[in-house]
Write a protein that binds this ligand. Structure first.
Ligand code: GLN
Length: 203
């Protein structure tokens, strides 16, 4: 069975683990560098990126996580997890993991009261729209050439902005698929993990 780690320092890691189990993957909570061994992929959940940064430093996890997510093993960050994986973020007193070539602006869709939901067109998941929950989400302000935009949103009359992006085996979403019962993003990530495991096994 494919084992996917979920960073479990803080935030909604339990919801990610449940979604993974619903689709038949093995989910393992990760709180130490040793627990990163032998994983097929890693999810960094939603939560609070300032707290992640502090706990990553306290648990001596920043460097092992950075090595892991830059090594060609699939990784996916949702909301605060997207911030953690970004190349650059506004307003965070900790370094990010620099696994995907995007710059993000924290909390830029508005404050807590401005959390919102939207039905997204995500061609990679099929014709059915994906109901997305945004909670104090980061705005992607720039994406490098190697970054594929899987979905965009238009909020409050602002221009369309990317909300689901992928670069190679690294995926990032501004919203929280783990808070809905639609598991298509988890399945999409599991497919990336499985095809990557096959490629590495063939080498
Ligand atoms: N606003 C949070 C941050 O900047 C992210 C919120 C979330 O993950 N739902 O870290």
């Amino acid at each position: 069975m494919t084992t996917i780690g979920v960073l479990a320092l803080q935030g909604d890691f339990l919801e990610h683990a449940s979604a993974l189990r619903r689709i038949g993957a093995d989910a393992r909570e990760v709180r130490s560098a040793e627990q990163l061994r032998a994983l097929g992929g890693l999810i960094i959940p939603g939560g609070e990126s300032t707290t992640f940064g502090r706990l990553m430093a306290d648990f001596h996890l920043h460097e092992p996580l950075q090595v892991f997510v830059q090594s060609g093993i699939p990784a996916w960050g949702t909301c605060a997890g997207m911030i953690a994986l970004a190349r650059h973020t506004s307003d965070l007193p900790f370094p990010t993991l620099e696994a995907i070539d995007i710059a993000v602006d924290r909390n830029a869709y508005g404050r807590q009261v401005d959390s919102f939901e939207a039905d997204l067109d995500v061609p990679a998941l099929g014709a059915e729209p994906f109901h997305a929950v945004f909670i104090r989400a980061p705005v992607v302000t720039s994406a490098g050439e190697g970054v594929e935009v899987l979905a965009t949103v238009q909020h409050d009359g602002e221009p369309q902005t990317p909300v689901a992006v992928r670069q190679g085996v690294v995926l990032a979403t501004s919203f929280h698929p783990e808070l809905t019962r639609d598991d298509r993003f988890h399945q999409y990530f599991l497919d990336i993990v499985r095809s990557q495991s096959r490629t590495s096994a063939a080498k």
